[in-house]
Design a protein around this ligand. Structure first.
Ligand SMILES: Cc1ncc(COP(=O)(O)O)c(C=O)c1O
Length: 456
């Protein structure tokens, strides 16, 4: 059992200056560990414990921590006098924009921001401006950032949400205080994979935009049913709303072109973040040129304001360029590598589930996967929330962390492989997964609910 004494000391000290001692509320999680260093597939905490990392800081580190190629590019840029000028264009932003427009089919032109939340905020603002319609649709179980439109309906308890309705929508369940009720009435949450509910909402309200992750990846991995994303495209065309794919988690991780390129569906706007710059703060909002031109429309009443002191800061920009170069090397070797590791992981976990006769399933998309303690891959939030054993999931993750595998210790969070993970890492992880499952399923684990005990 690793000691976390230094982590606890640091947290206690930081509580004097930071509410809760941790910035970004979702990072405050037990066990309370303060990390200090990362390299490749490994991270180390301030007590010196080493972990194989599957959290990847909520997703960005697709190439692994401190990928040498990206790090070298950033250092070179700093040595060459990189600075922020805040006036006029730069070679670097043009270079990154050209690369992305060339490799992402849905992107004809783009803007650069610092975080996924900023980019989804602007995408929705642009959707409303372009259509003149203020209502929007988002997914129950989808996370699209912290701002008023989307800070709602993530992991809402079913007791508050009510039972499944289709067609239908769910009441606004804020995940933040301070969202005015007038604003809440413009946001309609529906279940993923439910086209009928999109139609239902569009027939009742003037919908300007629908935002969705193409694979729901903030509650594990919920894949689109065949035809679902195409169905959204058809409904966007029929009702005239702007279709926004939030690829903050899926973009670059599954393909440079985003999941949209895998599904062969073209959204009107697309948002990338996280893996775009392998851990540096960069987000991209791109899409149809006619929509993007709104940001420079000569008419003040049509123009959408997008500004930001740090947008296209040279360090994240050069990191994003280097990340793309890495992803393109040797005909996409990185993608072949993570797919091969993902296959081994999936088969290994599946074999453990079968050997132990567990009521569990592994769902994987490329380098991202999740183990659910239920008998099928979830289709939407209602399905997941009513079937998955959250308590067991949390206990399992804590057991993994105790064994040197850093899976974020909160139920349903995605596990992420990276280009830096090796077959040896995966084999070590599989051994620890088996041990952890044996531990949490073992006698005396009173916290583990009966639902996920072995099938008899
Ligand atoms: C799908 C998705 N969209 C948007 C965001 C918000 O991105 P950021 O945290 O960079 O603001 C996240 C963050 O987890 C996300 O997963």
């Amino acid at each position: 059992m690793p000691s976390h004494i230094e982590s606890q000391k640091l947290l206690k000290k930081n509580k004097n200056y930071i509410p809760g001692g941790v910035v970004s509320v979702n990072r405050g999680i037990e066990p309370e560990i303060a990390f200090a260093r990362g390299k490749g597939s490994r991270i180390w905490d301030v007590d010196g414990n080493e972990y194989i990392d599957y959290h990847a800081a909520f997703g960005p580190h697709f190439l692994g921590h401190n990928d040498p190629y990206v790090t070298e590019a950033v250092i070179r840029e700093l040595r060459d006098g990189a600075s922020l000028f805040g006036s006029g264009t730069t070679k670097l932003e043009g270079q990154l924009a050209e690369l992305i427009c060339k490799h992402v089919p849905a992107v004809e032109s783009l803007q650069m921001l610092n975080t996924g939340s900023e980019a989804t905020y602007q995408a929705l603002r642009l959707g409303r401006a372009a259509t003149g319609k203020n209502h929007i649709i988002k997914m129950q179980g989808g996370y699209n950032g912290w701002h008023n439109d989307v800070a709602c309906n993530l992991m809402t308890p079913l007791s508050e949400l009510g039972s499944r309705r289709s067609p239908g929508e769910y009441s606004f369940q804020a995940i933040s205080a301070g969202i005015p009720p007038e604003h809440q009435r413009l946001v309609h949450s529906i279940n993923f994979n439910d086209l009928e509910s999109v139609r239902y909402v569009c027939e009742k309200y003037p919908v300007g935009a629908l935002i969705t992750e193409p694979v729901l990846q903030n509650v594990g991995i919920i894949k689109p049913n065949p035809g679902y994303l195409n169905g959204l495209r058809a409904l966007a065309d029929e009702f005239g709303f702007v279709l926004i794919f939030d690829e903050v988690k899926t973009g670059f991780r599954h393909a440079i072109g985003g999941y949209a390129s895998i599904a062969n569906v073209r959204p009107d706007l697309v948002v990338f973040g996280k893996a775009v710059a392998n851990g540096y703060p960069m987000a991209i909002l791109g899409g149809r040129r006619d929509l993007m031109e709104r940001f420079v429309d000569p008419s003040a009443s049509k123009r959408v304001l997008l500004a930001g002191t740090y947008n296209a800061h040279p360090l994240p920009t050069v990191a994003a360029i280097a990340t793309i170069e890495r992803l393109l090397m040797n005909g996409g070797e990185v993608y072949r590598h993570v797919e091969a590791l993902g296959e081994i992981m999936e088969a290994g976990v599946q074999a453990i589930i079968e050997t132990m006769s567990l009521n569990a399933v592994i769902v994987r998309q490329g380098s991202a996967f999740c183990v659910y303690f239920m008998d099928h891959a979830p289709q939407d939030w209602h399905d997941l929330a009513s079937s998955h054993d959250f308590e067991l999931d949390t206990a399992f993750r804590r057991a993994l962390v105790d064994r040197g595998i850093y899976a974020f210790p909160q139920a349903t969070k995605q596990y992420s492989l990276s280009a830096a993970h090796t077959q040896a890492d995966v084999q070590t992880t599989l051994r620890q997964i088996e041990e952890s499952l044996n531990f949490v399923m073992g006698a005396g684990q009173e916290t583990v609910s009966m639902r996920a005990r072995p099938k008899s």
